[in-house]
Design a binder for this molecule. Sequence first.
Ligand SMILES: Nc1ncnc2c1ncn2[C@@H]1O[C@H](COP(=O)(O)OP(=O)(O)OP(=O)(O)O)[C@@H](O)[C@H]1O
Length: 119
Amino acid sequence: MQKFIKSFSYAFSGIAYAFKTQFNFKFHVVAVLIAGIAGWYFQLASGEWLWLIAASGLVIVAELFNTAIEVLVDLVSPAYHEKARIVKDVAAAAVLLAAGTALIIGLVIFIPKLLDHVA
Ligand SMILES: Nc1ncnc2c1ncn2[C@@H]1O[C@H](COP(=O)(O)OP(=O)(O)OP(=O)(O)O)[C@@H](O)[C@H]1O
């Protein structure tokens, strides 16, 4: 049981590291919070909440993997290396794709609600 609790504390320290050191991670956490507040304001249906939660999770998980990959690359290849560049660029591309997907999901959910709101 103590091992189980410890593994949570390791995971939380990983989240804290990403939050403290990665501007993009902070940016995405703020975006997720804003989406959550907007979801609460517009009283999303449960299906819409599920899409929003899945999209948010996708972005945060991608950011965490990207952070881990960046740290690992810096550890094994502090000097410039073409393969290190590719690894970091591909990891960054995964975040970009996740964020783009989440943005599209957010627009599909919120644009009709915003249009209804202003009409
Ligand atoms: N060791 C390296 N060898 C080759 N290219 C690298 C190396 N480190 C970084 N790069 C290149 O520089 C880009 C930016 O790398 P960097 O580590 O600064 O990431 P970042 O996305 O700016 O994150 P952060 O600023 O949070 O560390 C990478 O995507 C890659 O193209």
